[in-house]
Structure formats: C-alpha cells, structure tokens
Design a protein around this ligand. Structure first.
Ligand code: NAP
Length: 398
C-alpha cells in the first residue's frame, strides 16, 4: 500500500470553529477508515498577532515545525501551504478568500460562503481564472448520514418527492448571552443573524435532498417566498427566518420545500430528540426523517408505506473511549468522538489529489444559487448589511 498523500493546511483565523476543525483533521484518518490521504496543519495566522497564532498551534497539537503568523497576508505567501481554511466571520469571507486566491492558494471557506451572491460569484470566477480549488465548507453534506439520505432519495425509494421541511433553531437567548450586540450572531458589521449562520443548514437540507440529488441538467432554481423578523437590539440582523421554496420539475412534479431558522427557539428543546425530526422529506411512497441538530445530525428514520420502519444511528468516529481526547463546538462531544468536520476536509483532500477544482456535492453553481436565495430572503425582509461588507470591491479593509 502506498503512503497516504499529505495535505498541508494553513488556518486563517484562530476562533472557535478553527480550533474544532483543526483538532478534527489532525486525528488519525484510519479512525474513520481513510487510508489514502492525511491532513497536517503547517501554519496558522491570527489578525491579533503572532502570539495568538502560536498559542492556537499549541492548543490543536500541531507539529512543532508549524509556523505562526501575525497576519493573514503572511500566511497566504507560505510556500508550504497547499490549502487555506478561511474561518473568520462571514462578513470577512469575501475579502479573506480573495486574498487567498489572489496569492495562488486553494481555498476552503466556512459557511455562509459570503454575504451575498455577487461576492460568491466573484470568488468562483477568480478560482476559475487561477485554476484553483474552492469549496464552501458545509460540513454536514459530507457526513455518511447525508450520503445515505441522498442515496435513499435518488434511488426512488420514497417515490416522487412532494414536500421537504427543515428547521434549525439555535436557542441562544441573545439578550442574555450577547447583551452588547457585538457577537457575530447579532452584529450587523459581522453579517449577523439567523439566516446566514443557521438558516444555511435548513437550506442545505432542502437543496441536498431536492436539488443535489438530480442530474445537473435537470436542476432548476427555486422560486422563493419568505419572511424575516429583525432582532431589535441591533436593528439590522435577523432572529427568525421562514422560507418557502418551490423547485420546478417537469410533468407537474414541482417540489415544495420549507426552511425555518431562529437564534431564539430550539429545534430540540430538551436536547433528547423528544421534539421529533427536524427535517422530513416526503415522497408519495414514504418519508425519511433527519433528527436535530440539522448541522450535526446522528439519527435518521425511514418510513415507507409498505410498512418498513428503519431507524439508523450515525455516531461520529474518533479515537474512542479511553483516549482522553475531546472535541466539539457549541458543546463538547463524548470522549473520543470526533465533531465530524474531517469528512469535508477529506473531500477537499481527494479533490486536490485528483486535480478537481470543486466538490460535486456542493458545486460552485449551487453555492452561488443558495446565496441568491438568501439574497432574496434578505431583500423581502429589508435586511441589508453595511456597504463595506456587501461590496465586491477588493481589497477593502474591515
Ligand atoms: N461549520 C460549523 O460548524 C461552524 C460553527 C461555527 C461557526 N462557523 C462559521 O465559522 C466562521 C467563524 O465562526 P466562529 O464561531 O469561529 O467565530 P469566532 O469564534 O468569533 O472566531 C472568528 C475569528 O475570526 C477572526 N477575526 C478577524 N476579524 C474579526 C472581526 N472583525 N471580528 C471577529 N473576529 C474576527 C478572529 O481570529 P484571529 O484574531 O485569529 O484573526 C476570530 O477569532 C463563521 O463564518 C461561522 O458561520 C461554522
């Protein structure tokens, strides 16, 4: 067996998700049955200085040779970096990712991809021009659970899909937990609000069940009807979003799809799945249910009209009990259990090895289309962010 191909990551920003992602990708890939690639973190950069980058590298257990940079500009020039993980708030994704691509580096960008579709389109054009890999890091799409759900739908087991509902409520109690309004969840300067942060997951479930499951030539953009509720304390971020998407299909087989999201209520108030599934995909032969949270689901139920009821658990792999290893974002997972972010990193690694520039499970075209849907929802709800983060000008200091 040949040695696994090593993918050398540079981590741009050292916040909460950068920590979780980096710890996950540094796990031995064999813990999830992956043998042909492996990940290493060769550098990290913090906008607050080298000391924070050094501390971050220590926290994630990076090799002692990994370099710490006090600016993003230095990181993107590092010749040892194959791909840069952009993990700043979404307000900054466009500027930071353009910096990465302009420097000739492959880019892997946290969700939401950008603030608006015009920025997303510009990034894909730049990646094309420079012949670079670019991917919006919607980790959930790469879970084995998601492959299973898409396969069930594409196989026709559910018959013709009629309706999909998906809900992602975060239960953040914003007045208590972020009273000064500066947190990226509610801060307009950081493109705050439910839609871009958590609505993207509800939309992901609509798209990956109704849109991604079709051959490319048959995929059609949905019409969008929606309502937004504005978070009053900061005035220009949304706290609740409701969306009705109608995906056109030939022969009167249009699919209705409803996404809801909130920073205030929870999709699973007791944290024990007692509220039932957060996503239901209804076909004329049955349905598949995905249990919350929709960003990291670990349970599905298939119910067919022929009497089949099939429950499946999808625990995330990792080094296991007794390892003393812990990871997690928004809650620590049980000992030895990965967060599940390694699957998306594996997809990026396979793409680099194979010379692919995008992921077929979330193509550039689909990322741009989802941003177009969110643009429409913001337009219906009268939500516009400050010009400096909506612009496609580059470079702009933020
Ligand atoms: N996939 C997931 O499960 C998941 C979960 C959470 C968040 N996310 C996404 O990841 C991104 C970051 O979220 P996070 O929770 O990690 O945020 P965070 O903890 O606030 O970290 C963001 C980091 O970005 C850098 N940064 C640069 N300019 C900044 C500014 N003006 N204000 C704040 N931070 C700034 C900072 O790092 P330096 O000081 O080191 O430069 C900061 O630590 C968001 O786009 C979010 O949607 C994804």
């Amino acid at each position: 067996m040949s040695a696994p191909k090593e993918i050398r990551w540079g981590i741009l920003a050292t916040g909460g998700i950068a920590l979780t992602f980096s710890k996950d990708i540094l796990l031995d890939p064999q813990t999830r049955g992956v043998t042909s690639i492996k990940h290493t973190v060769v550098a990290a950069a913090s906008s607050s200085g080298t000391a924070r980058a050094t501390q971050f590298l220590k926290e994630i257990g990076a090799p002692s040779t990994a370099k710490a940079y006090g600016s993003y500009e230095e990181l993107v020039k590092d010749p040892d970096v194959d791909i840069v993980y952009v993990s700043t708030p979404h307000s900054h994704h466009y500027q930071n990712t353009m910096l990465v691509l302009e420097a000739g580096k492959n880019a892997f960008v946290e969700k939401a991809f950008t603030v608006n579709a015009a920025q997303a389109k510009k990034l894909t054009e730049k990646a094309k021009e420079k012949n670079l890999f670019l991917m919006e890091a919607v980790w959930t799409r790469y879970f084995p659970l998601s492959y299973y759900v898409r396969d069930v739908i594409a196989s026709g087991k559910l018959g013709d899909i009629q309706l999909v509902t998906a809900d992602n409520g975060l239960c953040l109690d914003p007045e208590q937990t972020m009273p000064d309004g500066k947190h990226r969840m509610v801060n307009p300067d950081l493109a705050g609000g439910a839609l871009l942060d958590s609505g993207i997951y509800a939309l992901t479930w609509l798209f990956q069940t109704v849109y991604t499951t079709l051959p490319r030539a048959e995929r059609k953009a949905p019409s969008v009807t929606s309502a937004l509720k504005i978070y009053q304390p900061t005035g220009a971020a949304d706290e609740l979003a409701s969306m009705l998407l109608v995906f056109p299909r030939a022969n009167n087989k249009d699919v209705h799809a409803i996404a809801t999201t909130s920073i205030r209520y929870s999709s699973d108030p007791l944290g024990d799945l007692s509220a039932g599934p957060a996503c239901r995909v209804h076909g004329d032969k049955g349905e598949i249910q995905i249990f919350p949270p929709l960003y990291r689901p670990t349970k599905t139920r298939l119910i067919l009209r022929d009497g089949t009821v099939e429950d499946k658990e999808w625990p995330q792999p990792g080094p296991g009990k007794g390892s003393g290893w812990f990871n997690g974002f928004g809650g620590i997972q049980p000992e030895g259990e990965g967060q599940g972010m390694f699957w998306e990193a594996d997809e990026a690694a396979y793409a680099l090895v194979e010379g692919r520039k995008e992921s077929p499970l979330l193509s550039w075209e689909e990322s741009v289309l989802i941003m177009e849907v969110m643009d429409q929802v913001r337009q219906h709800g009268g939500l516009r962010y400050p010009e400096k983060i909506e612009t496609t000008d580059f470079p702009v200091a933020l």
